[in-house]
Design a protein around this ligand. Sequence first.
Ligand SMILES: NC(=O)C1=CN([C@@H]2O[C@H](COP(=O)(O)OP(=O)(O)OC[C@H]3O[C@@H](n4cnc5c(N)ncnc54)[C@H](OP(=O)(O)O)[C@@H]3O)[C@@H](O)[C@H]2O)C=CC1
Ligand SMILES: N[C@@H](CCC(=O)N[C@@H](CSC=O)C(=O)NCC(=O)O)C(=O)O
Ligand SMILES: [Zn+2]
Ligand SMILES: [Zn+2]
Length: 382
Amino acid sequence: MSSTAGKPIHCKAAVAWAAAKPLSIEDVEVAPPKKGEVRVKVTYTGLCHTDAYSLSGSDPEGAFPVILGHEGAGFVESVGEGVTEFKEGDSVILLYTAECKQCKFCKSGKTNLCQAVRATQGQGVMPDKTVRFKVKGQEIKHFMGTSSFSQYTVVSEHSLVSVDKKANQQKTCLLGCGVTTGFGAVTNTAKVEEGATVAVFGIGCVGLAVIEGAKARKASKIIAVDINDGKESWAKKFGATDFVNSNKLGDQSVVEKLVELTDGGLDYTFDCTGNVKVMRAALEACHKGWGVSTVIGVAAAGQEISTRPFQLVTGRKWQGSAFGGVKGKTELPAMVDAYTDGKSPIKLDDYVTHETTLSELQKGFDYMKAGDCIRCVADMSK
Ligand SMILES: NC(=O)C1=CN([C@@H]2O[C@H](COP(=O)(O)OP(=O)(O)OC[C@H]3O[C@@H](n4cnc5c(N)ncnc54)[C@H](OP(=O)(O)O)[C@@H]3O)[C@@H](O)[C@H]2O)C=CC1
Ligand SMILES: N[C@@H](CCC(=O)N[C@@H](CSC=O)C(=O)NCC(=O)O)C(=O)O
Ligand SMILES: [Zn+2]
Ligand SMILES: [Zn+2]
């Protein structure tokens, strides 16, 4: 048993005290895990666009002060009463989409959206409605059931998965959100078939993973759409066959351009921007009769999507995907093994374009906005 088991741990964490304010590195007290909980030493965390979105104050579930971060990997430090699935030293990936294998959702065979801890997760508290973080006596909220911007975090036993200890956590942390989300949206949610035509809007980490998923599915055409010419080489490196800068089409709309390029529209489109106008274009660029558009991007509070119902009447379908439809406990261990064995269709290493540390975590948000960052990963030990 670790020498810290059962005791509070004092460590560093990046705290978001208020919306749209820089993170502040604080000494945080992390309480021991209670029944059904696990305390994790976080080694690496990616910074996802959703962290920036929540920090901005656009998330209707956003609550402050909070420790953000949800793309984390680390080691189990100690477990709470009744936890048998994990032990000290296990290499783990945090799961913002939990998997309990018991709830109606887990048992349905129709969704990965486990609801075991979702309600309290959205309120920023543990399932018993209390928190495990304090700074100078003040309670700090949890985020997405994970809070990976802390050197130690406490999560529900449903919100982490044990993976091969050999795996490089600086890379596998990305399987906790962005990469799995994009790849899974193609393979699990849309189930793109060989020969299909695909368009991907927004070439960040999620969009590139959609491209890799489409390539793995042997799509015949993969059109990347972005407003930044710098994304063309990224898209092509990951498998896109074509690139369209939607801001450089003159009088032609992006829908018209895509319909022209594909003899009537795409079999599958994916929104990876979170922009509701782009979501509409992604739907309307689908082929009449069968095209399917998958919304992945997260839109700010108050935003709504719209289209003419005729678009749906004439056979286009709109759907969404969270965490790529992936069940974390069931599917991530094999994805990690494929990566460590060099057999994965996912070029995980290539997504990490920037590195930072916990003490300079804020820099990661600056990199994210600069347009040349696919993923920034923070070393939580420094
Ligand atoms: N559903 C889910 O489970 C998940 C959803 N998300 C969401 O997915 C989205 C993508 O995340 P992530 O890849 O991390 O984000 P990024 O910011 O890295 O990528 C978004 C990309 O979209 C581009 N873009 C912006 N506006 C447009 C536009 N009008 N048309 C085309 N491209 C545009 C951006 O260009 P530029 O470089 O110029 O900014 C950028 O390249 C976010 O909304 C995020 O919150 C993320 C993870 C999981
Ligand atoms: N809290 C927001 C919704 C945010 C959201 O859509 N989250 C995605 C994951 S984004 C990851 O980077 C998701 O999986 N949603 C499913 C869920 O159950 O949260 C809001 O209230 O609008
Ligand atoms: Zn994310
Ligand atoms: Zn469940």
